[in-house]
Design a protein around this ligand. Sequence first.
Ligand SMILES: Cc1ncc(COP(=O)(O)O)c(C=O)c1O
Length: 380
Amino acid sequence: MDWKVQLFQLNYDQREYDAVMATLKSNWITMGQRTIDFEAAYAAELGQESKCLAVANGTAALHIAVLAAGVKPGDEVIVPSLTFIADLNSVRVSGANVVLADVTSKTDWAMNPADIEAKITPKTKAVMIVHYAGYACDMDAIVDICKRHGVRLIEDCAHSNGGAYKGRKLGTFGDLSAWSFFSNKNLAVGEGGMVATRDPELFKKCKNLRSHGMTVASFDRLQGRAVTYDVQEPGFNYRIDEIRASLGLVQLAKLPEANASRARLVHRYFSRLDKIPGLVLPFRHYDRGTPTYHIMPVLLPENADRGRLIEFMKEDGIQTSVHYPSIQSFTAYKDIVGPTPVAEYISEHELTLPLYPTMTAAEVDLVCDSVEKNLPRAAR
Ligand SMILES: Cc1ncc(COP(=O)(O)O)c(C=O)c1O
C-alpha cells in the first residue's frame, strides 16, 4: 500500500547508519561497551540515582520487573485496562493473576487512582501502571497508595521515553520501570528495551534474570576479568546487542528534539481537530507534566462507524490504527478479568492518527482534512 501519510516513520539519518557501521567494524556485536555506555547515558537522563539494564525488548523488561518485584503464582497484580497486552502477559506467565483498574474518564485516559486502590486485596503484590500515549498518570496519588498498602509499583514507560511528571522523569517513581525501544517508539532501535530501578538489591535481581543468573558475562571474559562463573539463580537470555545499543545511544541524543517536534505537531492537530464537532481529544487540557506525545489518539462520536472511517481514510492514503482493543475482547483474558466500563468504551471508539517526529505540518493538515471530510460520511 502506497500511503500518503503513514501511521509512523523512523527518525533515522546518517548518524544511525554511521553508528551501526562503526559497531560492525568494531568486531564485538554482542553485549559490551556500547551497552554499558547506553545504560549509563539512560540512567544519567533519568537521574534519582537510577540504575539501568538494557534488554532484548520491552516485554523482557516487564517480565524481569515482575519477577524482581517478587510476584509469585497466586499473587494478584493490578494492571492497566487500556494498554498493550504485554503488561498482562508478563504477569500471567509469571503465574500471578491480573486485576484490571479502569482509566479515569473519557478525557483523561490515565489509570484511575481511586479504582487502583479499590482493587487492592491482601493478595495484591504489585501495581503496574502505563503512561498511555506518554501522558503521566497521577503519580502523587499512585505512589501514596502503593506506600500505604505496602505493594510494589512497576511503571510501564513504553510510551514515555523522555517524559516527566511535575519535572521528575517518568520511570523514577516505581520500584521498577520498563521501556520499549520497538521501532514505533519515541526511541527506536528495532527490538530493545530497558529496565530501571533505584534499589541496589532489585538491580542485582534484574541483572541475574537478564543473563541466565550468571555472575560473569562473555564481555568480562574477553576483558580478561574472569575465566569462570557461578549461576546464582535461574534466569533468561534477555540481553540486547551492541548494534541496537549503538542505535540507542544516537536515538537518546536525538530524543529531546524528536519529542519537541511531536509536541508541535500535536498542538497543530489540536488546533485543527478542536473545530470538528463531536470529536473528543483526550488529554486536551493535561497539566501533570511534560508528555512525550507517543501517539495521537482521538475519541470518535458515538454515532461514528469506526471501521468505515478507517476505510475512507485509507482511500485518502491515510493510515490509522487503534490503541487498544479491549482486554475483555481477547480469548485468553475475557473470562478472567472484570469489567472496566470507561476503558471498554474508549476501546470501541478510539482512533489513532499518524504521528512521528519527521512529519510535516502539511501532512497533519492532510490527515485533519480527511477526518473532517469523512467523519460525517461514516455516521451510522
Ligand atoms: C504500552 C506497551 N507496553 C509494553 C510494550 C512491549 O514492548 P516490546 O514490543 O518492546 O516488547 C509495548 C510495545 O509495543 C507497549 O506499547
